[in-house]
Design a protein around this ligand. Structure first.
Ligand SMILES: C[S@@+](CC[C@H](N)C(=O)[O-])C[C@H]1O[C@@H](n2cnc3c(N)ncnc32)[C@H](O)[C@@H]1O
Length: 252
């Protein structure tokens, strides 16, 4: 039987296996290096927005006081098991308000690509800026850059353990500044059978100069790094000045 799925609901418990190829430890190390280079606030508090199952926080919590935010209860359920004692809040990145400021705010693995529009992005950047201390730094990994996106690409990935086999095939198309990726998943569990799930994921692509402009409007000083964590995505590093300037507030 075919079922439509929501990526971070139905597949949350398989997320870590699906991305077991990703080197979160190395990414956390590089993030710390970027904070050392661009941060000016000097403290050790770290907010990871769209933290998912908490893979970056697992390493960062060793040296920082960490808080995580994510919109998905299922992803946070996995994160809670991984990160006992860490404050994890279910909230939307466009509207969250924790009543606390941090030295670092991160939003990684293209979570902002799930937003609907640049307007949403402006609201999200304003939230990031509001949650930073003066001299703090935001590090945001965007979705694939518009200049790098290709239509018609077929992608296959399989992961296997003794208890679980995951197969994911994806077909991507580009429509303006959106990718439309059709995902077809097979989840096989010995003794239980195989489930087939499909989903269409619409990804928001934004040019680096637009990202920089949106960060500037939120009162941050942006630097776009061509070398990010994942090919063709780059990384936005945006510092909050030690003295706050006038900020353009997006209308809610
Ligand atoms: C690709 S995962 C990245 C998770 C994690 N940062 C990582 O590197 O593994 C994207 C995450 O963004 C979260 N997300 C999507 N839209 C969101 C929103 N509007 N507000 C907060 N979280 C959101 C999803 O629930 C999911 O956990």
């Amino acid at each position: 039987m075919t079922a439509r799925l929501h990526l971070y609901h139905d597949l949350a418990k398989y997320y870590d296996l699906q991305y077991s190829w990703k080197d979160y430890r190395a990414e956390a190390r590089r993030l710390e290096g970027l904070v050392h280079r661009y941060g000016r606030s000097g403290g050790r508090s770290w907010l990871d927005v769209a933290c998912g199952t908490g893979r970056h926080l697992e390493f960062l919590r060793r040296r920082y006081e960490c808080v995580g935010v994510d919109a998905s209860a299922e992803m946070l359920r996995v994160a809670r098991r991984r990160l006992p004692g860490v404050r994890l809040v279910r909230a939307d990145m466009r509207t969250f308000s924790l009543g606390q400021r941090f030295d670092v705010v991160t939003c990684l693995f293209s979570a902002i690509g799930h937003l609907e529009s640049e307007r949403d992005l402006a609201k999200t950047f304003a939230r990031f800026a509001d949650h930073l201390k003066p001299g703090g730094v935001a590090i945001v990994e965007p979705w694939i850059l518009p200049s790098r996106a290709k239509s018609g690409h077929v992608h296959l990935r399989t992961e296997e353990t003794r208890d679980l086999t995951l197969v994911r095939m994806a077909y991507s198309e580009v429509r303006g500044h959106r990718t439309m990726i059709r995902y077809y998943h097979l989840v096989g569990i010995p003794g239980r059978g195989i489930r087939f799930l499909e989903e269409v994921d619409r990804g928001l692509m934004v040019d680096p100069d637009r990202l920089e402009l949106l960060a500037r409007r939120a009162g941050l000083t942006p630097h776009f790094l061509a070398r990010g964590f994942t090919r063709d995505r780059g990384l936005l590093v945006a510092g909050k000045p030690l003295r706050e300037r006038g900020v353009v507030r997006p209308r809610s």
